[in-house]
Design a protein around this ligand. Structure first.
Ligand SMILES: CC(C)(COP(=O)(O)OP(=O)(O)OC[C@H]1O[C@@H](n2cnc3c(N)ncnc32)[C@H](O)[C@@H]1OP(=O)(O)O)[C@@H](O)C(=O)NCCC(=O)NCCS
Length: 313
């Protein structure tokens, strides 16, 4: 694959190629290069070649780490790019360079270009980065990229600092019921009359709606309505109308909407959030701490569902 991912004044980033194995072997053989990474050197050149040949992130996640090439002489300087972490459901930015190319601004130049690509082309709402607490050079690059410190944490046994940068083209905010319609209608009431988007509790004072705007376009919505189910106890709210436009899915937007709603509910003293979840969305909710209650049931015109809930403590 020879496609250029991004270009800068001095660099281009492209997917790894078979011949990059030698560079991976040489870079990781330098103890100073891998000192803070938790990685070990490749056993031999064949092991590095096998790593490149079996690197499947581009296919499985549509993103990956990319080779950083200096355009003036085609020199392979190192790598920089993105990685999806399914456990934490975040995309991180990372980089590594041959020691002889340190101190010349290549890491910052490539990382800034990758952030721009992640935000403008891939439309990710945010990125994270982490670095070993003592890796001063990495912290400097991350800060030059305007990423903000979030917390100290344990990254696979390494004491690390976590940073984050939010895509300024997104706005997550409370919205009106009507503002949900451009997403609610095509996603949840497709092919049905526009008036079908209306939910009876939409305008109640205890109901609130949250939306994610990308520039001026609403791309994701969720509504939270007071609704006490006899089955449950505590101060309850019900989630309804959770939807994200297809081209904005699998970027973490629904998770951000749900967390915003959960936080708002907690400040209102609500102790339980429940809803009827479409089958296709059940695993998404489970990964965010929701559990199913009882067995599958059918909602006419919509399809099979599960009752789900989460205690908001
Ligand atoms: C369900 C729905 C709201 C989820 O929206 P979304 O914005 O894609 O949700 P998220 O991106 O937060 O999470 C979806 C999945 O993408 C994953 N994901 C998040 N960021 C990712 C990334 N950068 N790369 C790859 N996957 C990513 C999440 O881990 C999650 O995986 P999981 O389902 O295995 O848990 C959306 O699919 C939708 O509108 N579906 C149709 C309507 C619907 O079913 N609504 C729910 C009614 S109950």
């Amino acid at each position: 694959m020879n496609t250029t991912i991004v270009k800068t004044d001095r660099l281009l980033l492209r997917p790894f190629q078979t011949g990059d194995g030698l560079h991976f072997f040489q870079m990781n053989a330098d103890p100073k290069v891998i000192k803070y990474t938790g990685d070990t050197p490749f056993a031999n050149q064949d092991a590095a070649h096998r790593f490149i040949e079996t690197y499947d992130a581009y296919v499985t996640t549509g993103i990956g780490r990319w080779a950083v090439i200096r355009t003036s002489d085609d020199a392979f300087l190192g790598w920089c790019g993105l990685k999806y972490h399914p456990e934490e459901r975040v995309v991180d930015i990372g980089f590594r360079f041959y020691r002889c190319y340190w101190g010349q601004g290549y890491a910052t130049e490539s990382a800034k270009a990758v952030i721009h690509y992640a935000f403008h082309t891939l439309k990710y709402p945010f990125l994270v980065a982490h670095a070993h607490v003592d890796n001063a050079a990495s912290h400097a690059v991350i800060k030059k990229c305007e990423m903000l410190f979030v917390k100290d944490f344990d990254y696979d046994g390494i004491s690390a600092k976590l940073y984050r940068i939010d895509n300024p083209e997104y706005t997550l905010k409370q919205i009106t019921a009507e503002e949900t319609w451009p997403v609610r209608h095509p996603v949840l009431r497709k092919g049905r009359p526009l008036e079908d988007v209306y939910m009876e509790a939409d305008e109640k004072p205890s109901t609130f709606h949250v939306g994610m705007y990308h520039r001026d376009t609403i791309v994701g919505v969720a509504s939270f309505m007071e609704d006490e189910k006899d089955y449950f106890t505590g101060k309850q709210h019900r989630l309804r109308g959770m939807a994200v436009l297809p081209e904005y899915r699998k970027k973490g937007i629904a998770e951000l909407l749900l967390k915003k709603g959960e936080n708002m509910l907690q400040t209102k003293g609500c102790t339980l959030l429940w809803f009827n979840a479409r089958i296709a969305a059940v695993s998404f909710y489970k990964n965010l701490g929701y559990v199913t209650v009882g067995s599958e049931f059918d909602i006419p015109l919509v399809g099979p569902h599960f009752l789900m809930k989460k205690e908001l403590l």
